[in-house]
Design a protein around this ligand. Structure first.
Ligand SMILES: Cc1cc2nc3c(=O)[nH]c(=O)nc-3n(C[C@H](O)[C@H](O)[C@H](O)COP(=O)(O)OP(=O)(O)OC[C@H]3O[C@@H](n4cnc5c(N)ncnc54)[C@H](O)[C@@H]3O)c2cc1C
Length: 491
């Protein structure tokens, strides 16, 4: 991959995110003659699925931790083959994109401690920024040793380390199977996988499953690894508390009813020194929301970008591919990246097989989102002292009192009243839980949680914010974010 100076007049396309979707989009657009700049906050391309070990670890067989490694090599090969037209900027965290079709400015932080500014200009922008994990808190979840399920996977793939020797995997979604099988194959003892939903629910989508045999094969492969390592899969089960003094030493698990309410009397304790927990993924949308892109509600309550058949968002000159348009897995991300790359380059007739592939995989994604949508009863495992926002140490009691006593009906008002979501992570961790805790009372009961986020352009209070990541004040002061700039640093 190359790293050359910006062409006079700027790039034809800036792709934010070098995961499977961004790589496919950049390669395809460059193959059709566009000059592309590909930016990613990670030092190496690959995103979450193809996360590579840090170069200094000199991993002898990085492919050992990956499925579909040859497909990744092919993607990298295509980007390399188009190297004259692709400028790849790793370790560039994009914090703002401003402008309009024909003249966008993409501002990033890079260098030691992310204190160096760099901006590029491009006629069009494509967001392939992926997703982050949805965390639903439980008593004890802030103990050392409790990590995100995707985080555990990232530790293994990037750092070649395990989060512990005896790891309980819990939460909801197919990612848990991938995480548990990787941890077990890498030498961790995984006593069980607690899945809050029920895999039987997939039977309702028999036609969608039949159209996606590859997904069934993938599930069976993970199942075989789990079987080989003696890992039990417990559906309708959740970790409802973690225990320990300096770090986690055990968890309490409980059976759940169909609404994810813990069933009294079913609790049992399991010893462990780590918990890898995640309740699905949520599209990462700060940058496109800043530009005014509309979103839609997914079957699991989260918001994703609205795109048309060509992966065009509702803002002219802005495109999106991969998990930012809905959580769907690596193959869907690549298909969307290919389609977007072609369309940005003006190829109006997309190959029919590619369109069919996207439709088939999107149908599976919707089925998956519906099956693993958090049930309203999860709040039943909280106690008043549970921290919801760990950055600002805001408890369930404080959030509930903001809702019940002060009348807060949305995430933003709870934030203003309690500081939940005002810390370093800017609600990436606690946002979905806070939003779900402040659902309006309804006929179903007083504590029916709302969806993850408001839908931009449809609901009030869509959580747009001008900066997608913490930025040093000195840099902000130098920067005019209202006008495009063609210089190498912000004005
Ligand atoms: C933590 C985590 C772990 C996962 N592990 C697995 C797994 O093991 N197996 C599996 O099947 N699926 C996994 N997934 C799902 C997987 O991410 C997707 O199926 C697939 O990678 C989606 O590809 P993508 O290109 O849309 O997004 P991603 O692969 O997430 O790529 C997005 C890229 O955008 C970059 N980015 C985001 N914001 C910015 C910014 N502001 N500036 C610069 N760069 C930015 C990120 O660094 C990342 O490289 C995981 C997801 C997450 C969130």
């Amino acid at each position: 991959m190359t790293n050359s100076a910006e062409p006079a007049g700027g790039y034809d396309l800036a792709v934010v995110g070098a995961g499977p979707a961004g790589l496919a989009a950049a390669a395809t657009a460059a193959e059709h003659g566009l000059r592309v700049v590909l930016l990613d906050s990670a030092p190496r391309p690959g995103g979450q699925f193809y996360r590579q070990p840090a170069a200094e670890l000199r991993a002898a067989r990085p492919q050992a931790l990956h499925h579909h490694w040859p497909a990744f090599q092919r993607l990298l090969g295509r980007v390399d083959a188009a190297a004259e037209r692709v400028t790849s900027l790793g370790d560039h965290h994009v914090w703002s994109v401003t402008g309009e079709s024909g003249a966008f400015t993409v501002r990033a932080l890079t260098g030691p401690d992310q204190r160096q500014a760099r901006s590029v200009t491009a006629r069009q922008v494509l967001f392939a920024t992926g997703a982050h994990e949805r965390q639903l808190p439980f008593p004890g979840w802030t103990l050392p040793g409790v990590v995100g399920a995707g985080g555990a996977q990232a530790m293994l793939k990037a750092g070649l380390v395990l989060p512990g020797r005896r790891v309980v995997v819990a939460g909801s979604g197919p990612l848990l199977l991938a995480v548990a099988s990787s941890l077990a194959a890498a030498g961790a003892r995984v006593p069980l996988v607690a899945e809050a939903a029920d895999y039987l629910g997939y039977a309702a989508g028999a036609r969608v499953l039949a159209a996606n045999p590859g997904k069934l094969v993938e599930g069976a492969q993970h199942g075989a690894v789990l079987l080989r390592h003696g890992v039990r899969l417990r559906p309708r089960t959740a970790v409802v508390a973690a225990h320990g003094s300096d770090r986690v030493e055990a968890v309490t698990l409980a059976r759940l009813d169909a609404a994810w309410r813990p069933v009294p009397g079913t609790e049992w304790r399991v010893a462990c020194d780590a918990v890898a927990v995640g309740h699905g993924l949520v599209p990462q949308l700060e940058l496109p929301l800043e530009l005014g892109c509309r979103t839609r509600r997914l079957p699991d309550g989260s918001a994703a970008l609205v795109v048309d058949a060509a992966q065009r968002t509702t803002v002219p000159g802005v495109w999106a591919a991969g998990e930012s348009t809905g959580i769907g897995g690596v193959q869907l991300a690549v298909a969307e990246g290919e389609l977007a790359g072609r369309a940005v380059a003006g190829q109006t007739a997309a190959p029919r097989p590619l369109l069919r592939r996207r439709a088939r995989l999107r149908a599976f994604a919707d089925l998956m989102a519906a099956r693993h949508a958090p049930g309203s009863g999860w709040t039943g495992w909280l106690d008043d002292a549970t921290e919801v926002c760990r950055c600002e140490e805001v408890t369930v009691r404080e959030v509930r009192s903001a809702v019940a006593e002060l009348g807060a009906a949305d995430q933003r008002t709870v934030k203003l009243l309690t500081r939940a979501g005002m810390g370093w992570c800017q609600a990436r961790m606690c946002g979905p839980a806070v939003a779900r805790l402040c659902g309006a009372p309804s006929a179903d009961g007083p504590d029916v949680p709302g969806p993850d986020v408001a839908v931009a352009g449809q609901d009030d209070g869509a959580p747009t914010r001008p900066l997608s990541t913490p930025v040093p004040l000195g840099l902000l002061a130098e920067c005019d974010t209202t006008a495009p700039s063609s210089e190498g640093a912000p004005r």
